[in-house]
Ligand binder design. Structure first.
Ligand SMILES: Cc1cc2nc3c(=O)[nH]c(=O)nc-3n(C[C@H](O)[C@H](O)[C@H](O)COP(=O)(O)OP(=O)(O)OC[C@H]3O[C@@H](n4cnc5c(N)ncnc54)[C@H](O)[C@@H]3O)c2cc1C
Length: 486
C-alpha cells in the first residue's frame, strides 16, 4: 500500500524518537540503580560509553536491510543516518576513556589481586583497547573508502565483520568493567542488544541467501542499450526450483543482484528495476559499466543464474496522486524513471508528464524509440539535454539546473508538479537546491534516488532536517548524560 510522503515524514520522526529512547535506555537503567554519585566527569564518561555502545549496536540494525524501512523512509536516508551516527558514536567512544578521573575499582572476577593493565583488569583492558582502536580504524576506512585500493565488496565484508568483532570486544569490556553494567538488568540489556545486532548481520549474510536459494532467476536477454550501458532481463528459473511467483516490487524500486557467483559470496550490487510490474512479467535492469562487476555485464552468457534480494527503496509513485509529474534523469538514472513511465502507461494514467533525460553525448541516450512511442499515446513531453551536443542539436544543451527547469516549465507547473530525480549526486544536488531555494517547491513534492551513499553529499531538505535533528539530539544527549547519572 502506497503511503504519502507526509506519512513517511511522521514515521521518520517516530523512528528517530524510538532510536533516541533505545540508545538512552542503558543510561536510564543505570540512573535507576540509584548508586552513589561520582565526580561528574566519571559519570559522563560512563554515560558516553553506554550511549556510544548502544549506538554501535543500533548501526547493525540500520544497515540490516529492512525492506519496510527502506520502502517507507528511503534507503539513502537510512544509510546517511547510519553514517552520521557512526561518526557520532566514534566521538563518544573515543573520548570516554580520557574523561575518567577515578581509577577503576571493579573486580569482576572476584580476584582482588587480578593483574591490571592501564588500571583495568587485564582482559577487559585489552578488549576495551582493541575495540577502541578497531572502531577508529573502521570509521577511517569507511570515510576513505573511495580512495582505498580494495574492491568495494571486500571493503563491505570487512566493514560488517570488523564491526561485529568490535561489538563483541566492547561487550566483553562493558560486562567486565562497566560500573553500571554489573547489575543483571543492564547486563541483560547488553546481551539482548548484541544478539539483535548479530541477528541483523546473519539476516543479510545467511538468512537472505538461504531464502534466495529457493528463488533462482536466469538471464533471458542481454542487449546493448547505449554507450557502455546494458539492458539485462531476468525470469524465474522454474527448472531450478523457483515457484514462478512474481517478484513483489513497485515501479521505481531497486533490488540487490547477484550473478553467477556462489550464493554466500558477497558479490551483490544494488540496481533499480527498469521494468514495471503492471507492464511486464520479465524483470529488467539497465546497467552502466562503472567498475569491476558492471564492466563485465556485457559478457554474460544467456541462462546465467541470478539471485535477487528486494525490493527496496521509496522512489515510487503515490497512489491516487494526480498532480503533474516532472521526471529528471541523468545517465543511467533513467532506469527507475523508465520503470515509473512504464507503470504509468500500463495503468492508463492521464497525469501530465515532462521527462528531461540528460547525458553527456547523444550515444548515451536511453530508450529513445520507446519514449517516442509513449509520447504518442500518453500526455508525455520528452526532452533530451546533452552536455556535449552535436552541431545543430535541436533540443537542450548543458546540464540540468534551475535555468533548464525555468526554460522547460511554466511557473504554475513548476510549483504544482511532483518531481522525481535520479542521476549523478552532483546533478541531484543542483536540482534539489533549485527546487528548494529558487522555486520554493515543498520538499514533499520532491523525491530523489541516489546511486551512491556518500556522507559528503549535499543533504536535501529532508536530509538537512535529519542532520539538524541528529545534531540537536547529540547535544541534548550529552547534557542528559552528564546529569542523569548524578
Ligand atoms: C539504490 C541504488 C540503485 C542503483 N541502480 C542502478 C541502476 O539501475 N543501474 C546502474 O547502472 N547502477 C545502479 N546503481 C549503481 C550500482 O550499484 C554501481 O554502479 C555498481 O554497484 C558498481 O559496481 P562495480 O563493482 O562495477 O564498480 P565499483 O568500482 O566496485 O564501484 C563503484 C561505486 O559503486 C558503488 N558500489 C559498488 N558496489 C556496491 C555495492 N555492492 N553496494 C552499494 N554500492 C556499491 C560504490 O559507491 C562504489 O564506489 C545503483 C546504486 C544504488 C545504491
Amino acid at each position: 500500500m502506497a503511503q504519502s510522503r507526509s506519512d513517511a515524514r511522521r514515521l521518520g520522526v517516530f523512528l528517530l524518537l524510538l532510536y533516541l529512547f533505545l540508545i538512552l535506555l542503558p543510561v536510564i537503567l543505570a540512573a535507576l540503580q540509584g548508586r552513589e554519585p561520582r565526580p561528574w566527569r566519571d559519570d559522563l564518561a560512563s554515560g558516553l560509553a553506554m550511549a556510544g555502545f548502544a549506538m554501535l549496536l543500533a548501526e547493525f540494525l540500520l544497515s540490516g536491510r529492512s525492506r519496510r524501512l527502506s520502502a517507507r523512509v528511503g534507503m539513502d536516508v537510512v544509510m546517511r543516518f547510519h553514517q552520521f551516527m557512526g561518526h557520532a558514536l566514534l566521538l563518544f567512544l573515543l573520548f570516554h576513556p580520557f574523561l575518567y578521573s577515578l581509577p577503576m575499582n571493579v573486580q569482576p572476577y572476584g580476584e582482588p589481586d587480578a593483574a591490571t593493565w592501564l588500571s583495568l583488569p587485564l582482559w577487559p583492558g585489552v578488549t576495551g583497547l582493541l575495540a577502541w582502536m578497531g572502531l577508529g580504524l573502521l570509521v577511517l576506512l569507511a570515510v576513505a573508502r573511495d580512495a582505498l585500493p580494495f574492491r568495494y565488496e571486500a571493503w563491505r565484508f570487512w566493514h560488517g565483520f570488523g564491526a561485529l568483532v568490535i561489538a563483541l570486544f566492547a561487550l566483553h569490556h562493558t560486562l567486565a568493567v562497566g560500573r553500571y553494567s554489573q547489575e543483571p538488568l543492564l547486563a541483560a540489556f547488553w546481551w539482548v542488544a548484541t544478539a539483535l545486532a548479530v541477528l541483523a548481520l546473519l539476516h543479510v549474510h545467511l538468512w537472505t541467501p538461504l531464502r534466495q536459494r529457493r528463488r533462482p532467476y536466469r538471464v533471458t536477454s542481454l542487449d546493448r542499450a547505449a554507450d557502455r550501458t546494458w539492458v539485462v532481463e531476468l525470469e524465474p528459473d522454474k527448472a531450478a526450483g523457483h515457484d514462478g511467483s512474481a517478484f513483489p516490487y513497485r515501479a521505481g524500486q531497486f533490488a540487490w543482484l547477484k550473478l553467477k557467483r556462489p550464493l554466500f559470496r558477497i558479490t551483490e550490487h544494488p540496481f533499480s528495476l527498469s521494468s514495471a510490474p503492471a507492464a511486464s512479467a520479465q524483470l529488467e535492469f539497465t546497467i552502466k559499466e562503472a567498475g569491476d562487476f558492471t564492466s563485465r555485464i556485457g559478457e554474460l552468457p544467456l541462462g546465467t543464474r541470478a539471485y535477487l534480494d528486494g525490493p527496496y527503496g521509496n522512489f515510487t509513485l503515490e497512489e491516487g496522486d494526480a498532480r503533474p509529474l516532472v521526471l529528471i534523469a541523468g545517465g543511467v538514472g533513467m532506469a527507475p524513471i523508465m520503470s515509473l513511465l512504464r507503470q504509468l502507461k500500463a495503468s492508463g494514467s492521464l497525469r501530465s508528464i515532462v521527462l528531461l533525460q540528460a547525458n553527456r553525448h547523444e550515444g548515451q541516450i536511453l530508450y529513445r524509440t520507446e519514449l517516442a512511442e509513449m509520447a504518442q499515446s500518453m500526455p508525455l513531453r520528452v526532452h533530451y539535454m546533452l552536455a556535449e551536443p552535436p552541431a545543430n542539436w535541436p533540443d537542450l544543451s548543458g546540464i540540468p539546473d534551475g535555468d533548464a527547469l525555468e526554460q522547460l516549465l511554466p511557473e504554475e507547473q513548476r510549483r504544482s508538479s511532483v518531481y522525481y530525480v535520479c542521476g549523478p549526486a552532483a546533478m541531484i544536488d543542483v536540482i534539489e537546491a533549485a527546487l528548494d531555494h529558487r522555486f520554493r517547491v515543498p520538499a514533499e513534492q520532491v523525491c530523489s534516488e541516489r546511486f551512491r551513499y556518500s556522507f559528503g553529499a549535499r543533504a536535501g531538505s529532508a536530509g538537512r532536517a535529519l542532520l539538524a535533528f541528529s545534531a540537536i539530539t547529540l547535544v541534548a544527549l550529552g547534557a542528559v548524560l552528564a546529569f542523569a547519572l548524578r
